[in-house]
Ligand binder design. Structure first.
Ligand SMILES: [Ca+2]
Ligand SMILES: [Ca+2]
Ligand SMILES: [Ca+2]
Ligand SMILES: [Ca+2]
Length: 654
């Protein structure tokens, strides 16, 4: 009971740490970071597929631009086609909403006979769970459904797990190259077995028989055992691997067929493992490369060096230490092999891993025979002992909690960001999950003041002009009261461009904010303002750490910018797509808000700088410092010609 309590406390502390990391990013892995999704490769960019989702945990592709998506707490299976939810959810189930529970895993299998099977793994709640309590928890279930006419029908129960604690459910189902299903299941701790001792599958020599927890299970597509590895009778017959504390991801090497997984440690020792048949990951005798010190509260004990303590199921189970260990936890979730060269041949068939805590994507090369990761320098010991050591393997960041990664049928990498929290201190808490895709960058056309390009069939290839080289690079003083020294500095890449749509105009400005000498620490902001033909005025403000979108009556949306500071270069972009307003920050989508459609061109763009608090009094056109708006965005004329080309003229250039 004592240990049970310690476990509960440590979980609570972990949750606190996770929540606080959302807001402050202060801990042992803290690095300059933000919730602006980005990748560390100048040839690639991150594009939103869909935003505003309610806790997306998992996706599975049905086809090109066509995927299923699970929402953790609503119990809903959505279908997303071309970046839009179809109107009717495919299914809604009674799920336990508590902590890690809910809709957690989905896999889609297209059968030879044309059937589409959808496998769902979730924590069931008897009669629904409105109060986020444990009482309704009846355990995890794996069902196979059939997809017919946008409905999930003919449910067939394949797995029924004992009731757990609401944590460590697993569920990241994957279809293996052998046509069988593989399902990681955590130890369900501390609700099952004599915590922390657990069953034989938790490496407790005196424990009870396994109960489907703490392993990676293997079954045929209709739920039958494939052939026992650690035992031939149920439930041992389903175990492909065991000794697993908590896993949110598995995938298969497209070249060798080997399985790899990610595992979460308690307060230390997150792992990436090569998972061979009968693999024993060692929990709860070892996590990472260390013994847990249960007496002191699940903290890191001495280095593990006695595999005799482990359960080996008569020699059929084999322990191996992780191929990679994070000493301090990041909460690794999805793992995927990038099976295509679409992001560049250097990434083809490499491993990508997401994490929930920092929203990072890690990239790992494999060694020549693909049995280990290719790690150099301070990582050659296969352990990230500090945040600095992680730098070479960080591929992307700013995704605000990654719950899933998938390679789409188009060969690009899709990233599911679980949630989004904006300025909780001032009450703008907005859970907002999103799906992004990582693609090669859109080609910029040649730099010119007059650009004319044919309209392609894909009107979303939107960059058609760039006046970077001709825009004067100048520091502009902003008229403010007194000797305050505030300046707005133009970035030499300031440019404007337009998507190939008549009614959409894309504006982009860059500036750097420097604080008032006299008013340091006071709230101030600078941003873009634009007005449309119906005199509706919108404002996008960047303040230190935050971007805010408002119309003339009030705030519409906000986004936090962790890591942004007064001295940093800030750039905001506004895309008026006709139906939505998208606000970008450093080239990346931050917000989408609905708007009433009004297909007129931009009539004014300018910079506004003000030291008012968070209030957005409308400004009239004439109140803008004319020199600023002229420099930032010269007057633009867009003309769609009869031959489907678009001509762009700027006053500056003509
Ligand atoms: Ca998935
Ligand atoms: Ca392990
Ligand atoms: Ca590579
Ligand atoms: Ca190291």
């Amino acid at each position: 009971m004592h240990l049970h309590l310690l476990k509960a406390v440590s979980i609570f502390l972990l949750i606190l740490l996770f929540l606080s990391s959302i807001c402050t990013m202060r801990d042992s892995y803290a690095q300059p970071t933000s919730f602006v999704p980005s990748v560390n490769d100048n040839n690639l960019e991150v594009k939103p597929v869909i935003t505003g989702l309610d806790g997306p945990t998992s996706i599975s592709f049905l086809g090109s631009n066509d995927m299923l998506m699970l929402e953790k707490a609503t119990g809903i299976v959505h279908r997303i086609i071309n970046g839009q939810l179809i109107a009717e959810p495919l299914l809604r189930l009674n799920v336990l909403k508590f902590e890690e529970s809910g809709m957690v895993g989905v896999e889609t299998v297209k059968n030879d006979n044309g059937r589409v099977y959808v496998y769902l793994y979730y924590t069931a709640a008897q009669g629904g769970d409105e109060n986020l309590t444990q009482k309704k928890n009846i355990g995890n279930r794996l069902y196979r459904y059939e997809l017919i006419d946008n409905k999930l029908v003919n449910p067939k129960l394949l797995l029924s797990l004992p009731k757990g604690s609401g944590f460590h459910n697993g569920g990241a189902i994957k279809l293996g190259p052998d046509g069988n299903l593989y399902i990681p299941v955590g130890d369900l701790s501390p609700g099952v077995g004599k915590s922390p001792n657990g069953t034989l599958a938790q490496n407790n020599q005196t424990g009870s028989r396994p109960n489907l927890s703490g392993g990676i299970l293997r079954m045929t597509q209709d739920g039958r055992p494939v052939g026992g590895i650690i035992g031939n009778s149920f439930p041992e017959s389903l175990y492909f691997a065991y000794g697993i504390r908590n896993s949110f991801g598995i995938d298969f090497d497209p070249i060798t067929g080997n399985m790899w997984d990610t595992e979460n440690g308690p307060t230390f020792g997150d792992e990436i493992n090569l998972v061979r048949p009968g693999f024993n990951s060692g929990w709860n005798q070892v996590q990472g490369i260390w013994e847990p010190d249960f007496g002191k509260g699940w903290i890191r004990g001495p280095q593990f060096n006695n595999s005799k303590e482990l359960v080996d199921f008569n020699g059929t189970g084999k322990y191996s230490s992780p191929e990679f260990t994070w000493q301090d936890t990041v909460g690794p979730t999805a793992i995927t092999f990038l099976t295509t060269p679409k992001l560049g041949t250097q990434y083809e068939n490499d491993i990508f891993v997401g994490d929930i805590k920092y929203g990072r994507i890690y990239h790992f090369e494999l060694n020549k025979n693909r049995t280990a990761l290719q790690l150099n320098g301070s990582l050659s010991d296969r352990v990230a002992n500090s945040s600095m050591e992680l730098t070479p393997v960080i591929f992307g960041q700013g995704f605000n909690g990654i719950s899933d990664l998938e390679v789409g049928p188009d060969g690009f990498l899709y990233v599911v960001a679980y949630s989004y929290v904006c300025s909780p201190a001032v009450g703008h808490v907005k859970p907002q999950g999103a799906i992004y895709k990582i693609t090669p960058k859109t080609d910029l056309s040649k730099i010119s003041n007059d650009v004319s390009i044919l309209v392609g069939t894909d009107y979303k290839s939107k960059i058609i002009g760039n006046i970077a080289s001709n825009a004067p690079l100048k520091d502009l003083s902003v008229a403010t009261k007194g000797e305050n020294g505030r300046t707005l500095l133009m970035e030499n890449e300031t440019r404007w461009s337009a998507p190939l749509q008549l009614n959409a105009t894309y504006i982009e400005g860059s500036f750097r904010m420097t604080p008032d000498k006299n008013e340091k620490g006071k709230d101030y902001h600078a941003g873009l303002v634009w007005q449309e033909g119906n005199n509706k005025t919108y404002y996008a403000f960047v303040r230190p750490g935050e971007i805010v979108l408002s119309d003339s009556t009030g705030q519409i949306s906000c986004a936090i910018l962790v890591g942004a500071n007064e001295e940093s270069w800030n750039k905001i972009t506004v895309l008026n797509s006709g139906e939505n307003i998208h606000v970008y920050y450093n080239d990346t989508l931050r917000m989408t808000v609905p708007r009433e459609f009004n297909g007129t061109d931009i009539s004014l763009v300018g910079i506004r700088s003000n030291n008012t608090k968070a209030e957005f009094d409308p400004i009239k056109v004439g109140q803008f410092p004319q020199n600023l708006s002229r420099y930032l965005l010269p007057e633009v004329a867009l003309t769609v010609n009869e031959n489907s080309s678009i001509s762009i003229k700027t006053r500056q250039g003509s």
